[in-house]
Design a protein around this ligand. Sequence first.
Ligand SMILES: *Cc1c(COP(=O)(O)O)cnc(C)c1O
Length: 356
Amino acid sequence: MAPRSWPGVIEHYKRLLPVGDDTPRITLLEGNTPLIPSEHCHRRLGEGVRLFFKYEGVNPTCSFKDRGMTMAVSKAVEEGAQCTICASTGNTSAAAAAYSARAGIRSVVLIPDGYVALGKLAQALAYGARTIAVDGDFDDCLTLVREISDDYPVALVNSLNPYRIQGQKTAAFEVCDVLGGPPEFHALPVGNAGNITSYWLGYCEYKEQGVTDRLPHMLGFQAAGAAPIVTGERVDKPETIATAIRIGNPARWQEASAALAESDGRIEAVTDDEIVQAYRELSGEEGIFCEPASAASYAGLKKLAAEGFFAGRRCTVVATLTGHGLKDPDRAVATAPEPEKAPNDIDAVVGMLGLG
Ligand SMILES: *Cc1c(COP(=O)(O)O)cnc(C)c1O
C-alpha cells in the first residue's frame, strides 16, 4: 500500500475551496504546518493564557504565501495562463516564482529595490523568475503590476487575486482541526491584510459548516512606521525593519476592518524595537526562528498583556509566525552578538567558556 501523505491544501480541503476535479493541482505539498505550544514566552502574557505558534516558516518556500499561491497558480493554469506577475515585499515573489516553475510557466516579479530581504531575493532568482527591482516602494510596484495585468496577458497573483485568500483560509481550518475548535484570540502581523482577511474567512466558514460553534477575536499588529489601519490614514513613506509588513496602503484594508469589527478584535502598532525583542525571544527561548515581521504577532500580544488585556482571563491564543527567520539572515546577524574569536587551542576555548 502506498503511504498516505499530506496532499497539499487544495486536495485536503477541496470541499471548501473553489476548485473542481479538473482544476490542476499545482502543489509543493504546502500547509499542515505545526501548531507549536509555547514553553516559555507564554509566561509574559499571563497565568491563564495557553499560547500556540502556528509556524508557517516550514512551508515549501518558507512562508504562508504558499497556501495562497498554490490556489492562485492552479487557477491561473486552469484558465490558460502562460505567465504570472506580482509585486512583492519578497515572500509573494518567492512563492509565485516557485509555483510558476512547478507549473512550467513563466513568472515576473517586481520588488522594491533595496527593501527585499536577502533570502527572498535569492529564492526569486533561484526559481527563475524574471526579477525586476523597481526604484519605488511596494505600493508603487503594486500599481505597476495592476496596470500591466489589466492590459497584457499575464495573470496577477498578488493579494488582490481572490484565490489567494481562498488558499490562505486553510490555515484557520488547520488550527481548528488541531485544537478541536477555534482559539479565543488569533494574533497576526498585518501588511496588506490578506492574511487576517483569510483567517477570518476560514473561521467563519468552519462555523457556517457546523464544524465549529464559535469564532475567535482577531488581533492584528502593524509596525509603528507602517500602521495605516491603526491610524486610519494611508502612510506615504512606510518604514520598518519588518519589510514583509512595510506597506502604507493595504490592498485588503476594508476586509481587514470588517474582520476586526465582526470579531470584536483589536488592531495595534508595535515599534521596531518591540518587534526585534520579540523576534529574539522566539528564537532564543522557544527555538523558533521566524522573520522580523512574523514576530509582530507575539510582540503585539506582549503589548496587550502589559496593558492588562489578558489579566484574569483563561484563554487559548494562537499567534501566526508567518515566515522563516532564514529569509532575512542580515537582520538575524545584525541583532545578535557577534561570534567570538578564538585561537585553535583547547586551553583557550576552555578558558573562554569558564570551564577550566
Ligand atoms: C506577507 C507577509 C505578511 C503580511 O501578510 P498580509 O497578508 O500582507 O497582511 C507578514 N509576514 C510575512 C512573513 C509575510 O510574508
